[in-house]
Design a protein around this ligand. Sequence first.
Ligand code: BDP
Length: 718
Amino acid sequence: MITRARIFFLSVAALLGTGATVAQAEDGYDLWLRYQPLAPALRTDTAARATTLVVAGDSPTLQAATAELRRGFGAMDGAAPTITATVGDGAIVLATPARAATLGLGTIDLADLGQDGFLIKAMTIGSRRVTLVAANSDIGLLYGAFRLLETVEQGLPMASLDIRSAPKLQLRVLDHWDNLDRTVERGYAGQSIWDWWTLPDWKGPRYTDYARANASIGINGAVLNNVNAKPESLTAPYIAKAAALADVFRPYCIKVYLSARFTAPMEIGGLKTADPLDPQVRAWWAAKANEIYRAIPDFGGFLVKANSEGQPGPQDYNRTHADGANMLAAAVRPHGGIIMYRAFVYEKGQAEDRARQAYDDFKPLDGQFAANVIVQVKNGAIDFQPREPFHPLFGRMPKTPLMMEFQITKEYLGFATHLVYLGPLFEETLASDTYEQGRGSTVAKVVEGTLDHQRLTGMAGIANIGSDRNWTGATFNQANWYAFGRFAWDPQSSARTIADEWAAMTFTPDPRFVRPVTDMMMASREAAVDYMTPLGLAHQMGTGHHYGPAPWVGTLARPEWNPTYYAQANADGIGFDRTARGSNAVAQYLPPVAAMFADPAKTPERYLLWFHHMPWPARLASGDTVWNTLVHHYDRGVAAVGDMQRTWAAMAPYVDADRFAEARTFLDIQHNEAKWWRDASIAYFGSISRQPLPSGAVQPDHPLDYYEALTFPFAPGH
Ligand code: BDP
């Protein structure tokens, strides 16, 4: 990676010449696949190495690869490579090892690259300069074609290409929380991109561009409908609509999945029960699976949210989650389908710590799931918060494949307008050590399945994609879609490298742009944690819509709906005691981790109030009190957004006017809202702690009752 980064900057610096060039107006539609004309020096080199295209074979997937290479190189160096059958100077060759040998390209060993991996190699054969993209399958070749284009977009010279890459996870899936009325639960980028009403007849070009974008980062699955599923999504008309999308996605090897509502056999099947052990229910699901597979032969399977937040599930019939999952698994198994069964459950109607519930429900079921079930676990034990310690199920279900679930849409991170790059969040979770098999048993390794030789592996991301022209509501949110794809391909990726790549492709590879912008992106997540939920606080957002601060809310019907439940702030102190004196959630981790989290002196400060109820005047590592440290974090968060504003202001010479203005205005919004978060939180917690503000900290702009009175009846995504 170091070498690659160095090559990147040296080559770009050398080739860009002086003076930044500002691209013409852009609307963000092209994402990171912009294929802008290359700087002159790079262009000459690239054009000489991309004059012809030899594609050994023919299939819809190879046609997609061919079209993409012609489109990309055509735009970047002015002329699309011509298609030919002979390998001449300047040829790009797409071939399996067997075909490569017949084309005289020698013996290529791709045994370690599996079905989806690829090799990209600059070769010299006699006097001919050849770029070989080799893979064991057509989809590997498509992935390789995209990676080739991306490296050129990033300013890497083709002469030095030598990349071997294969995904470490099998299922790389976007979960769309899209409703059949085209609203998107927690969506901040317009309506659903699925125009259910005009499907299956109208298959607009946007669906193909969606598939291209996903294939370009290795995503190979899409769950089309909300986990809070409507039974109608399993009726014949909606199966036909899903089939139409599957037809568009097929060349890009993106499988379609559907969220299944557990009580569909009653609601659309007329049965009296949805008991997973009832023979009629089992027969209904088997018939439903047959019906779906007739329309979509490569249908991926079902995603299931059961017995959580009011959704029906097997526990309604005194059955376990394993009973429920296995019943559905039996229905799709004859067709090669799988079940992604979510561990996001909390609804026992008892005062148990919400953070404990998934583990308590699922851990006893380890080893009881059918072979085609994978349990999908959110990154943290509560709910996609700006920061959570890793979920205690990782490393504790060795006999069950676990799939990571991240949220790409920023429900709890300022919606579309806050610039929060999620790469560091993904990286932090994946690099956490579970100690499952001693030190170094990271969450990434659990998810990769290498520790326990899992047959199924995967990662899911809750999509941030909508009907907005720029797909994600803001250009910088595209980075989170991109980063998700990269981490799903390799959970041990570097968030910084990914940000470098994305910024270079999305704007310009000019290092005078990429360096400061990557730094800004890398700092952005910590900024959000600081102004929203520092020191391990969680779920302090407004009720329902989750927009803005509402730490004072404490009167909602169920305890775990209240921000006051999570912060546990009182006259003595703040934080949720999850040690043995409290809920003992720490005991769900393996001993080395539990021992760390059980002791406030050993708990990393970023998780302190997640695990400990700390007296306000207690001294932290810095020597300062809990209260003062909290205030400093809020201030730091606001200041960090100020830094981001300044960084971005200096980027005007490198960015087209429209995308520049959007990001600048959104940063202004973010700065105002960060200040609001800081002021409201300090006003509230100050009223509880009765501590004076540390010296230098300014009083909130308004008294507490001002913040408490704010309402947001039409907040999006809710
Ligand atoms: C919560 C969201 C809710 C989702 C739920 C889930 O607020 O809209 O339905 O997650 O993941 O964070 O099922």
